[in-house]
Design a protein around this ligand. Structure first.
Ligand code: ZN
Length: 147
């Protein structure tokens, strides 16, 4: 990974904000949907995921959202599509550890490293984690309470 200066981190976020990946909802009813919104920001996103054979086959999202939550959800979708539930949980855990200033493995979270400084702006933490909380909710609903 190249040296992570603020400019590079901002470029990753702007790239995903201006051109978000998987940014189109489906009416396919094999997808599980959740709505996630924040009263501290404009963010109100619908998130959809298709999970079968213990694998996240697809993730989609749309809605009104700020640059941080749009980019974070876009990056999350790219990272988690094609992963098993166990693999996804490891990525989610590492992302959350980074956000909350615990130990994490930068290689595992790939482009989500763009949010490494989010903890310095407490009001942005909710934006950066919104889509990630959404996919955790879908995983919990789909796979059930087993850990
Ligand atoms: Zn926001």
């Amino acid at each position: 990974m190249p040296f992570l200066d603020d400019t590079l981190l901002r470029q990753i976020i702007m790239d995903h904000y201006e051109n978000p990946r998987n940014h189109k909802l489906t009416d396919d009813d094999s997808y599980v949907s959740v709505n996630m919104d924040l009263d501290t920001c404009v963010d109100n996103i619908d998130l959809q995921a298709k999970i079968s054979n213990n694998t996240i086959e697809d993730i989609r999202f749309d809605g009104e959202a700020c640059a941080i939550s749009t980019a974070s959800t876009s990056i999350m979708s790219e990272l988690l599509i094609g992963k098993t539930i166990d693999e996804a949980k490891i990525i989610i855990d590492n992302f959350n550890n980074m956000i909350y200033e615990k130990e994490y493995d930068a290689d595992i979270i790939e482009e989500a490293i763009a949010f490494m400084n989010t903890h310095k702006q407490a009001n942005r933490i909710k934006c950066a984690t919104l889509g990630w909380m959404g996919i955790e909710k879908i995983i919990d609903e789909t796979v059930g309470g087993k850990k």
